[in-house]
Design a protein around this ligand. Sequence first.
Ligand SMILES: [Zn+2]
Length: 212
Amino acid sequence: MLKNKIFYHFGNKQISLNALQNRGYLKIDDHKIYQDDIILMEQTHSVLVQIVKNRSSNYMPKVDALITKRKNIFLAVKTADCIPILIYDTKKMIAAIHAGREGVKKNIVEEVCHFFQKSRRKEIFVLLGPAICARHYEVDEQTFSEFVNETEVLQKFPQLDLKKVVLQQLLSFGIPASNIQNSPICTWENENYFSYRKNRTTQRQISLIAIL
Ligand SMILES: [Zn+2]
């Protein structure tokens, strides 16, 4: 999707790590996006952020968020239930975030939003992609209470609603609700998406954002 020269797209079973590895590019509508233009992360459920200044093949920082101001660099996030989060502002800075339970618990979203400080908060736009819904995300009692204690957002045991927390974190940071788009798709329910919780798949959809 193109908006003010910002390109973004959430992946699915067709727009995936596998497709990228097999073909060397991802096909999204009329665009062919080649591997050399895509920056993937190693993704370790951290809150580490890497600012990307150059494209270079085989560069895969061990972080869970990427930021750039450079054109034609496609920041990528791999997911299969975790939340892919794409951010852009009116000053032409973009970010891609991998937010699973750990990232949400440690508030990776706020970590990344601090880098956008030069924009006024109402100039920051956030897209939350397809992810597992609360109904399909049950955890044990200890995991549940640790998460709730840390995030201070009300949850219904044994389910965790990760997006509810992310939305709260974004609003607390001062991003207007009208600037946030939230995909209603659950990766567990929708057959077009990989779900780790459903079948322990090692496959991942790839979501992308770039300044063109
Ligand atoms: Zn679901």
